[in-house]
Design a protein around this ligand. Structure first.
Ligand code: SF4
Ligand code: SF4
Length: 489
């Protein structure tokens, strides 16, 4: 299926409620809501949402956006709140620096995250997407709102797109695209700060550009990427790119709470006849749905929630607010579209903690316990001690044998460590090269050469296994083993 990325110059005709009229709404199983019967993209004009759910979501989004943009600049013990420095393989989570040597902890943390999402999805559907996913939060709560301010609500946007080019249209479109590009630059820079750290981002921004060509290239690429997503690609990212929507269909069951249309109460749907009382409607076999299509008009993914739970639904709750407003107007109880499970709608059951959820919760609890165990028993230092490449053993004038090593030491603590090495299993001397004590700065990596000298009498063959203790302030932090080569015996 080919999908055109172009905004239609002639949007579909619409009725007085802002609902497009030349679309066959009953063929939703044949193609995506955002594609026409030929596979071309249908540009969406979701109506401006409002209501109690939107109000809650706006506050939640404001908190998330604040954290998201402040994240790289917030320091805990001098470390970023969150940093994923892939280039230097250095990660900071809640101010704790993790190194490549902590891969196991990182892998368990990822498993906790994924299992948490699975449980959450089993219980609450795609709630993450509508409420917490940075793509949706930025799209619906920032970019879309700017679009409403500059171009107006859905029907005004449609009219503007359909209108011939004029000075006003050029001004509105240029202003919108300029603001989108500027915001994309900020979002792109924030992502870059999460990857390389805020200090390096500032260096790219204010230093001589010739020193940061790679950084500047990524800055431009990220800006263009986010501009393409928020200005053009939009809901297609959730439908085509993100695997989570497809993933959720494997996890939802009849007990999952999702944004749902109460078909028991709503069907059979029919337009409202003002002369007809509710009793008359009920007697005629009609439900509470007045077929106003306002739930469809506000949907940012263009679907009709009355067709049931669909992959595209991001649980944004805009349709709940739209339908509640209509129910208030027609004097029927709110909640025709609401958070509900299939069992709740069809059997009136309350939310249940099913065996499947219990199993997932048990796995999650075990993974969290493992994660905490790994974090709290994590060694304070990480050390590699390797024989210097190409170096053979040396024999001193006194007859002792020397081997030269290269030591890399990662200090994972938040204090500087004056490091010493001591032989554990044989007598001999260990010298760390360089002037003065070998001090490894906090949360940093240092490298030095190490000279180990042994009496030939303690050697057990061509290669003798050595065990060394890593000490700081006379406290044993870690032990390391290495081989010591000597003359053939
Ligand atoms: S169906 Fe409702 S909850 Fe789902 S995406 Fe559309 S408006 Fe949001
Ligand atoms: S907003 Fe409510 S009443 Fe109107 S079409 Fe949707 S479900 Fe029916």
């Amino acid at each position: 299926m080919s999908v055109s990325m172009s905004e239609p110059s002639k949007p579909p005709a619409q009725d007085t409620r802002g609902v497009a009229q030349d679309i066959n709404w009953d063929d939703f199983r044949d193609h995506l809501a955002t594609a026409d019967q030929y596979g071309n993209r249908r540009w969406l004009y979701p109506k401006k949402p409002s209501g109690q759910w939107h109000y809650r979501r706006a506050w939640f989004a404001a908190a998330l956006i604040t954290i998201m943009f402040a994240g790289p600049w917030i320091r805990i013990h001098g470390n970023p709140l969150l940093m994923i420095n892939i280039l230097e393989r250095r990660f900071s989570i809640l101010g704790q620096i993790f190194w490549p040597q902590d891969t196991v902890i990182f892998a368990v943390a990822m498993l906790v995250f994924i299992t948490g999402i699975i449980i959450f999805t089993t219980a609450f559907g795609r709630l993450w997407c509508g409420w917490a996913c940075p793509q949706t939060v930025m799209m619906e709560m920032v970019f879309r709102k700017i679009e409403y301010v500059i171009e107006g609500d859905a029907h005004e946007q449609r009219a503007l797109d359909a209108a011939p080019w004029s000075a006003r249209k050029v001004l509105q479109k240029s202003l919108k695209q300029a603001v989108f590009l500027g915001l994309s630059f900020i979002v792109g820079n924030t992502l870059l700060a999460y990857i390389i750290g805020s200090e390096k981002l500032l260096a790219i921004q204010f230093d001589d550009p010739r020193n940061h060509l790679v950084g500047l290239t990524f800055m431009v690429l990220f800006t263009l990427l986010f501009y393409a997503i928020f200005a053009r690609f939009r809901e297609q990212a959730c439908t085509f790119i993100c695997p989570y929507g497809r993933f959720q269909s494997a996890m939802l069951d009849e007990n999952s709470m999702v944004v749902a249309y109460d078909h028991e109460r709503g069907e059979k749907r029919a337009s409202l006849n003002r002369e007809q009382s509710h009793e008359h409607r009920a007697a005629a076999g009609l439900g509470d749905c007045v077929a106003c299509r306002q739930c469809v008009a506000v949907c940012p993914t263009g679907i009709d929630i009355r067709n049931g739970t669909q992959m595209e639904c991001v649980n944004c709750t805009a349709c709940i607010d739209a339908c509640d407003t209509i129910m208030d107007k027609v004097g029927r109880p709110r909640g025709l579209v609401r958070f509900a499970s299939l069992n709740n709608i069809e059997r009136g059951e309350h939310q249940r903690f099913t065996p499947r959820m219990k199993l997932y919760a048990g796995i999650l609890a075990a993974l969290i316990a493992l994660f905490l165990f790994l974090v709290f028993t994590r060694a304070e230092v990480g050390i590699t001690l390797l024989r210097a490449p190409g170096a053979l053993f040396q024999q001193t004038a006194g007859g002792k044998i020397q081997n030269l090593y290269t030591m890399k030491l990662i200090n994972k603590t938040s204090r500087d460590l004056p490091v010493e090495l001591k032989l554990d299993n044989v007598r001999g001397t260990v010298r760390l090269m360089g002037a003065g004590p070998f001090i490894v700065p906090k949360e940093n990596l240092a490298q030095t050469s190490v000279l180990i000298e042994l009496d030939p009498a303690v050697l057990t063959g061509n290669s003798t296994k050595l065990k060394l203790g890593v000490y700081a302030n006379d406290k044993l932090l870690e032990t390391v083993t290495t081989g010591f080569v000597g003359p053939r015996k």
